[in-house]
Design a protein around this ligand. Structure first.
Ligand code: RIB
Ligand code: CA
Length: 313
């Protein structure tokens, strides 16, 4: 079977980086048409640079990397250096990339690709704020019916927010873009904190990456050493969630996950709950079921997949 065509939209971020490695390590199942950087964890100049660093680490310098929107559609950019560090990939020392950045804007690349490829063949994997995808849909609504599936890391319901009591970071940064995406009618699979917080790192899981004895394995371990301290301090947990790789793992092994198709709407009015994903898990409102909201994961299976694939790089 031909590999599934995907576009990764991302704000690297250590967990984004692990997700990109996972995708790049799975060429039999996934064809990465392009990687689109968006402002999020750190500003755009860093996220586009980090995306290229990770592609070179994966041994894929031919990957097309695009720079996208440098700020949300309406709101001021909020970043997360407190979690990811100044560079966005703090932990190991990283060499500057030598592979080129594409001239074309990421939004134009998304629109052009969806218009060119046959309908229902391209999957959008969003790992950061939805500014690029929301803007593309706003500028060119004709692309919406062409999308096979949008698989996103974002949102939270039972797990509540991580950047405010009500909102998860990716949705909070650009709630208006998220609202466009959730209202678009495109097939949507959501990996919220409800599931990512059930796939925590442990010392054994991190050591397994280090013990691969490869550069990618060492990087994953050292990124995680840095990245996990924030969540461990905040939640008092033994480890931290690798959020974004859940998106790619869904494409590779969907049986690792379970959830249900429900209505999910985005708060864009109240500052108190701005960016909240209002998930009607118990179907009390009888609104359109617009998203498959994932709530559970086989954490051991997830880490086994990650280790196996990253061990191939
Ligand atoms: O809330 C977690 C999400 O925000 C992850 O995608 C992380 O990389 C940050 O972008
Ligand atoms: Ca991210």
């Amino acid at each position: 079977m031909a590999p599934r065509k995907i576009i990764i939209d991302t704000d690297p971020g250590q967990d984004d980086a692990v997700a990109i490695l996972l995708a790049q390590a799975s060429p039999e199942e996934l064809e990465v048409l392009g990687i689109c950087a968006v402002a999020g964890n750190v500003p755009l100049p860093l996220t586009q640079k980090n995306a290229r660093i990770v592609c070179e680490l994966a041994g894929k310098p031919e990957t097309k990397v695009f720079s996208g929107c440098e700020r949300p559609m309406f709101r001021k950019l909020v970043t997360a250096e407190h979690v990811h560090g100044k560079t966005g990939l703090d932990g190991p020392v990283m060499k500057d990339p030598t592979m080129p950045l594409q001239e074309q804007h990421a939004v134009d690349f998304i629109i052009e690709t969806l218009r060119r490829e046959p309908a229902n063949t391209v999957t959008l994997c969003t790992l950061g704020p939805l500014t690029n995808v929301g803007t593309a849909m706003h500028v060119a609504p004709d692309i919406i019916p062409k999308i096979r599936e949008i698989v996103m890391m974002g949102g939270a319901y039972f797990e509540v927010g991580n950047i405010t009591p009500a909102a998860e970071f990716n949705i909070y940064v650009d709630p208006h873009a998220a609202n466009i995406v959730f209202k678009s009618g495109a097939p949507l699979t959501v990996m919220p904190l409800d599931v990512t917080h059930k796939a925590l790192t442990t010392p054994e899981r991190v050591e397994a990456f280090r013990n691969l004895g490869t550069e990618p394995g060492r990087m994953v371990a050292e990124w995680t050493d840095f990245f996990e301290r924030f969540d461990m301090d905040k939640y008092g947990s033994q480890g931290a969630p690798l959020h974004d790789p859940c998106v790619i793992a869904w494409l590779l092994k969907p049986d690792l996950f379970s959830g249900r198709k429900i209505n999910v709407e985005i708060e864009t009015q109240s500052e108190l709950t701005m960016g909240m994903t209002v998930a009607d898990w118990w179907n009390v409102m009888d609104r359109p079921e617009n998203a498959t909201f994932i709530r559970d994961i086989d954490a051991d299976g997830f880490y086994a997949l990650l280790l196996d694939r990253i061990g191939r790089l």
